[in-house]
Design a binder for this molecule. Sequence first.
Ligand code: NAD
Ligand code: IPM
Ligand code: MG
Length: 352
Amino acid sequence: MKIAILPGDGIGPEVTAEAVAVLESLALPGLTLFEGDVGGIAYKRHGVPLPDETLDMARAADAVLFGAVGDPSCDTLERHLRPEQAILGLRKHLGLFANLRPARVFAGLEHLSPLRADIAGGLDMLIVRELTGDVYFGAKGRRVSEAGEHEGWDAMSYAEHEVRRIAHVAFRAAAAGGHPLTSVDKANVLETSQLWRDVVIEVAAEYPDVELDHMYVDNAAMQVVSHPDRFGVVLTGNLFGDILSDLASAAVGSIGLLPSASLGERETAFGTFGLYEPIHGSAPDIAGQGKANPMATILSAAMMLRHSFGMDAEAARVENAVAATLADGILGGDLGGSHGTAAIGEAVRARL
Ligand SMILES: NC(=O)c1ccc[n+]([C@@H]2O[C@H](COP(=O)([O-])OP(=O)(O)OC[C@H]3O[C@@H](n4cnc5c(N)ncnc54)[C@H](O)[C@@H]3O)[C@@H](O)[C@H]2O)c1
Ligand SMILES: CC(C)[C@H](C(=O)O)[C@@H](O)C(=O)O
Ligand SMILES: [Mg+2]
């Protein structure tokens, strides 16, 4: 089992180190780790945010553990050189179209949520975010209008096959867990969304047991914090999924708690090839201070054990250790506590 470790920028290396330590303390037989440069650090060392060696390393691995990319000193570079292009490039080149972002309030940890405990208790949703299409990957540019004004433009589009394959992922997840499925779009305004809705309705015919509803994204944002219990599986596009998952993380308590799995169609000898990363970024405001919450990355490693290595029991072991650590009040500053990254990681390992 080969894992490519791509720590990246800012707090990326800090949180990745704790997740790697958790994986190592499980003493899994036959585990080999490789580390590569990605993001701003890769740009500084190699002149590009996603060097060929890094992409090759990811391709040769059975799974990728990714920290975060983003560096304020790179924000004025030409777009193709910016750190964020590394994660977008990895997703695209590796065909990782299905991004799973589970958001749940662990039982007994309702107090970590800024929501009222009776509302927070109902938050247990899986956001299934399409990851390789939408306005993220459309043509974009600058132009000058006839009036001489500068304009920026980005093309949003989805092809039927892109919607169909992510819809199947979401319907399968909903069917397996007996959950309702909410497809989130903006079909009242966007043609891209109307196509999305039409295709989802078509796919629904293959899953007669799944209860499907459609919701506009603005309403969905409101319901995530007012009635999170209405959601089981949430199926949505790249841009809306990005925004809704940060919102869901805040409702859980902190962005430092939400993991993700990015999957495609490639199967390895052990499971489905995937890239695993926290949903947060490089957090330049707290980088280098040992303050970052590593839970999202540790939980991402648990998702890796489940999806890429078929190790459900080990994944649950890690998740239970995270829940126990939080229940014992070992919290970072993001959750009102005073524990640092290393102390939190150590506490999780002690509870494995
Ligand atoms: N997948 C990725 O690599 C990814 C994801 C999001 C943002 N980014 C990049 O990261 C950089 C910073 O972006 P941003 O500030 O908008 O978002 P961010 O997620 O990095 O940070 C948002 C806020 O949440 C806090 N935060 C984030 N993760 C935390 C953690 N683990 N523990 C405690 N607090 C945490 C930060 O301190 C900050 O106040 C940008 O360059 C952005 O493009 C990268
Ligand atoms: C860094 C950025 C490209 C990325 C995204 O928008 O997908 C991030 O916000 C995320 O949620 O993984
Ligand atoms: Mg995001």
